[in-house]
Design a protein around this ligand. Structure first.
Ligand code: GUN
Ligand code: ZN
Length: 425
């Protein structure tokens, strides 16, 4: 089980506020070189410059970077096997690769094995908390909840709602879906570190009746999360316009039934119009920006600096090609570079830690290295291999060093990963 009381030494980096766009010298950054974190019963109970007394067990990571565990706010457990599928944009990609692959999760054995491989892969990438799509099958959500609880992880998921425009074996119906949601909420929501997300796949795969049911679930319990896709791809947006001619916009399909609220995680949001952007802000919802996916599927370039709402960072595997959030930070930088903007390492790291935690209303628990927070944290090599070592050696100031780390790091840099104070990698 590991010691109940222990101390970790390293270069501690986290945030005390949201950094401003473009600010490389942000006062929101808290960097404590060669400090100690004190951990007791899975929580951080102290931070100090001096070595603790002998009553504390030690993990000495001097010269390594300690960050809060990353939070991936949009990722699909059943899509590990469709990573790197060639040649299509979103709608063909779903039909040709993703839907056929998700059918296998009807089998509880497959669902359980898939959940375990997936969660271990998240941890091996330095991601300790996530907002996850299961499949339409109730067992796929059960498997994720059980497997996350076994690892002590903070996990938000739900069974996918989809009752049309999907193949046989991948559709539910309104009545059965509602019963399944209610049962899963009763068994898992608020238990351990688990929470339920009402999970609408996207507007085209739910009937108006199912969308209304999903909205009613959210209105009945404000502690539920909601996750969906919105305005990701031009052909998708046009299709939603045909399916919902009375809606003002794609976002309005969700908003008009009560699905856009403080606990909503809206993936992509590339083609939200200015009015939609105000609605997202007013409702207190967040957009999960998925740069790897957006580049791989050719979906488009998200306007991050123009967002007044919370923006978190997400891998969207298997549309995205890596679970690694540092790899996604680099893709996010490149997306902004193509738009003539520049993303700082601070905005990128904040979005994957404190920013996501605050947007999920979990800031007291995760996303930072403050006393009182759960000890979900990762230790990273500042540099791995001769190229990164040479680059790291010449970095003069902190942003330069961390930005080069973000550009070059991946899961091979991960030296250790702790979840609620227990070492998992
Ligand atoms: N829109 C509806 N379903 C999906 C999905 O599985 N992945 C992505 N990227 N977009 C979607
Ligand atoms: Zn997705």
């Amino acid at each position: 089980a590991g010691p109940r009381r222990w101390a970790l030494r390293g270069d501690l980096l986290d945030f005390t506020a949201a950094p401003s766009w473009g600010d490389t010298e942000s006062p929101a950054v808290r960097f404590d070189r060669d400090h100690w974190l004190l951990i007791e019963d899975g929580r951080i109970v102290g931070r100090q410059a001096h070595e603790p007394d002998d009553s504390w067990a030690r993990k000495d990571h001097a010269g390594q970077l300690v960050l809060p565990g990353f939070i991936d706010t949009h990722v699909h457990c059943p899509q590990l096997e469709v990573i790197g599928s060639y040649g299509t944009e979103l709608l063909d990609w779903l039909k040709r690769y993703t839907f056929p692959s998700e059918c296998a999760f009807a089998d509880p054995v497959r669902s359980r094995a898939g959940a375990e491989v997936f969660l271990d892969a998240l941890l091996a990438s330095g991601t300790t908390a996530a907002v996850v799509f299961a499949t339409v099958h109730k067992v796929s959500a059960e498997a994720l909840f059980d497997s996350a609880a076994a690892r002590g992880m903070r996990l938000i998921t739900g069974k996918v709602l989809m009752d049309r425009h999907a193949p046989d074996g991948l559709r539910d119906d309104v009545v059965q879906a509602e019963q399944d949601c209610i049962d899963l909420i009763g068994r898992f929501h608020g238990r351990d570190r688990l929470a339920y997300a009402v999970t609408v796949r996207f507007a085209p795969t739910s009937t108006p009746e199912q969308l209304a049911m999903a909205g009613a679930l959210c209105r009945a319990d404000a502690s539920l999360y909601m996750q969906t896709h919105v305005a990701e791809n031009r052909a998708e947006v046009a299709w939603v316009g045909e399916l919902f001619p009375q809606a003002r916009s794609y976002l309005d399909v969700y908003d008009s039934v009560g699905l856009v609220h403080e606990r909503s995680v809206l993936a992509h949001g590339i083609y939200l119009d200015p009015h939609d952007r105000v609605v997202v802000t007013d409702r207190g919802a967040q957009v999960a920006h998925c740069p790897s996916s957006n580049l791989f599927l050719g979906s488009g370039l998200f306007d991050w600096p123009g967002a007044a709402f919370n923006v978190s960072l997400a891998s969207d595997v298997g549309g995205g090609t890596t679970l690694s959030l540092p790899r996604n930070m680099l893709d996010a930088y490149k997306v902004q570079a193509l738009r003539g903007e520049r993303l700082t390492a601070w905005c990128a790291l904040h979005a994957a830690t404190r920013g996501a935690a605050e947007a999920l209303q979990l800031g007291g628990e995760i996303g930072g290295l403050s006393v009182g927070q759960v000890a979900d944290l990762c230790v990273w090599d500042w540099a791995r291999g001769p190229v990164a070592e040479a680059r790291d050696a010449v970095a003069r100031e902190l942003h330069e060093r961390v930005f080069a780390w973000m550009t070059l790091a991946d899961e091979r840099n991960l030296a250790a990963c702790y979840v609620a104070g227990r070492q998992r990698v």
